[in-house]
Design a protein around this ligand. Sequence first.
Ligand code: GLA
Length: 697
Amino acid sequence: MVSMWDDGRLCYGGDYNPEQWPAATWREDVALMRRARINLVTVGVFAWSRLEPAPGRYDFGWLDEVLDLLHDGGIRVALATPTASPPPWFSLAHPDALPVTADGVRLHHGSRDTYCAAAPAYRAAARGIAATLAARYAHHPAVALWHVHNEYGTTCHCPHAEAAFRRWLVERHGDLDTLNAAWATSFWSQHYTDWAYVSTPRATQYLGNPGQLLDFRRFWSDTLLAAYVEQRDLLTAANPALPVTTNYVLGDWVPVDHARWAAEVDLVAVDHYPSAVDGGAEEQTALAADLARGWARHGRRRAATRRGAAPADGPAGWLLMESAASQIHTTGRSHTKEPGRMARHSLSHVARGSRGAMFFQWRAPAGGAERFHSALVPHTGPDTRVFRETVRLGEHLDRLAEVTAGEVTASVALAFDAASGWALRHPGMPSTLLDGHAELAAAHRALWRAGYGCDIVVPGDPLDRYRLLVLPAVYLADDDVAGWVRAHVEAGGHLLVSYLSGVADQHGRVHLGGYPGAYRDLLGLRVEEFHPLAADEQVLLSGGGTGRIWSETVHLCGAEPVGTYVGGVLDGRPAVTRHRTGDGTAWYLSTRPDDRTYRRLLTEVARTAGLAPVCPDAPPGVEAVRRAGPQGSWLFLLNHTDRPQRVPVTGVDLFTDTPADGTVVLPAGGVAVVREEPAPMASVTATPPMTDRTPPA
Ligand code: GLA
């Protein structure tokens, strides 16, 4: 069924803020959008003070006119609820709804996101404006999608938040004995004898309680989700045919478990701004897109299970809701994307399942805090490189509608668990260099550079389609998670576990008896001591590689060493091991190898699992992603080098509509999408016999 947001084309557009411009500009905007083949714009994200300039006094005239103009121009609208930025009158009328930081500072309006999402006044006001918008626009022909709020991710320590946190804890733990055990409160005299004594994790003299901090993040994830769900339900009640989404912001700092949220949105939508400016930006883009696809699949399955139905077949749609046309502000200054990079990033997302490419923002404003953020129409206007690239990308996206029938099919599953990332950030961990997202990224990068596609899975997701499961520092493992990994191995699957995975339970309490308690037996080893490394320190590995961040004393209990430490206190001890487990192999990695070594190790692990890269003949620097389904197979080839590249492939080049008879030539920095004819075999080879001991480097 084609839903409102999905008219069969890929979505193309971005945040459009007509409230910042005079009406004459709106007309020019629509004309330029048509020229660029823009077909979806997000309107009203931060427009609350213009929609409701005084309590209960609404001004919808401008929005009516804009929606009509867009509709007349054939441009669909993702209509936002503006609840990420309450107007000044709201914070003055409800000072108790202003957020309080961990050290007790109450923040004031003047920026955005200045509210406590647990404050009743804020929630009532948010429901109010959402219901008012729903009543007026739920059947407007321009509106294709509701976009609730913007990048949920705030926390607060005000009395409302504290009371809500206690209620949440009662629900989660049931009684104080359970909470005391979960948080190990006998340590440092934190034993609670009354719920009233339990507070949010405010600023403390020294290290805070790890269980409390973890629960605080889980609480905020659930509280923000409840805030989303109550808006969603109002919007859906007004028109059940209109889908509802909210845009995820990525990173461990965000107290949102996006996987859990995915079952509550009709469409997973992510914002992505790579922080790297060199080649790392391409890897980060691939990771963000793989995460989004993983959440979309996970959410579809969870939602179906809740309904008692089987998940639908075919691709689980998701959407890149925001990205940057050019300048991104990172490392203290703005960096300009080189020609062609905007398209490569957009098409990397589309290759991995995005239903289009959306940007922040349509037109660069003259004023406001983000006046120097890039836009599809820059300050200089449409006679610019960026706008010409915008037009060109629109032409290309228009030619790609058919790829939405294909789904990325990977045989490697890379596990990610938001709570593990939060737990690793506790300052009492053995190293402050631990970063769950960076661990995920390092494993993903190794696969990406080796040319293997992967799906990102949430612990508990079905693994039957994967030959290899990778756990990169997935720190928390209760019995369910440990059983999930064990079942994969017992079914003949291969496994790579990196350091700190499975070391603690869901509350962050260490599994005793040797690390990693959850997987010791599977891995055939026992880790006795950690040897975290300083930021500028490295260990040498046999085979010539190096390790950073972490090293360990590993005792073998059935596993065999594959690589060892060279020199230092761990000289000659195992650094990388493998353990035969029936038909599979369970590998262990006790340090963070340099990128080259990690790539070589994962290549060896994948080869042992019988896997082959997506496009084994692609030259270095060319990224290959395949979407395939019953209706065909499409190969995306992204040339990240500064010279033309040739890739062997047979089919039809969709941008030029010409046959690719055995080879496609990619211009420097360019992209080709080829409908493959005939469709290739799956990238799984017969399992080769296990090779003799092969050092990873
Ligand atoms: C986020 C927000 C946007 C804008 C961009 C800037 O994604 O949702 O409103 O601030 O960041 O990069």
